[in-house]
Design a protein. Sequence first.
Lengths: 115, 116
Amino acid sequence: GDSVTQMEGPVTLSEEAFLTINCTYTATGYPSLFWYVQYPGEGLQLLLKATKADDKGSNKGFEATYRKETTSFHLEKGSVQVSDSAVYFCALSDPIKAAGNKLTFGGGTRVLVKP
Amino acid sequence: DAMVIQNPRYQVTQFGKPVTLSCSQTLNHNVMYWYQQKSSQAPKLLFHYYDKDFNNEADTPDNFQSRRPNTSFCFLDIRSPGLGDAAMYLCATSRDGTGALNTEAFFGQGTRLTVV
């Protein structure tokens, strides 16, 4: 079945540091890939997405590139801020599923940015 | 501007007392989902509606039920909440659920359920 593996946290870093969160996937079809962010006590917000190989999703300084050859979708940001402290979830949806655009999530990575 | 609205944000219920969580959407999406998220874990899909068609996940306990009276509203009913059902419950919607039209899911802010 489909699965998503992402690096375990917590990841603690200083403001303006470079952030990378690794994400790899397995899927039977040709999935779309997503990064969601969850701030404390809130629901999930879509951060960025990519729907085909070599697509780069970007938003709020975050980027991730869909790498079919390595089945990866690593999240990067060049200079983090305290406000980026959150839990980040990598997810996929598989188009061959019969019904429902179901998301398969990774386990989440907690990021803590210190001033 | 809120697109997926969950009420209430916080719900306290007694052990064994039925409780209903609600979700509404202004996006006119045909798919609605309910996820359960326990502390520091990934969301777990309980079930989803594709229009009026209900799709239950194989491992969702019978204690959890859902209703979708119309496109805009979806309810999660927990018939006899146990302590293990304390969690954040997330409602989500998406535009289409099949084929290559993979669009992102839009989530509500969640309802945090406490069972006492």
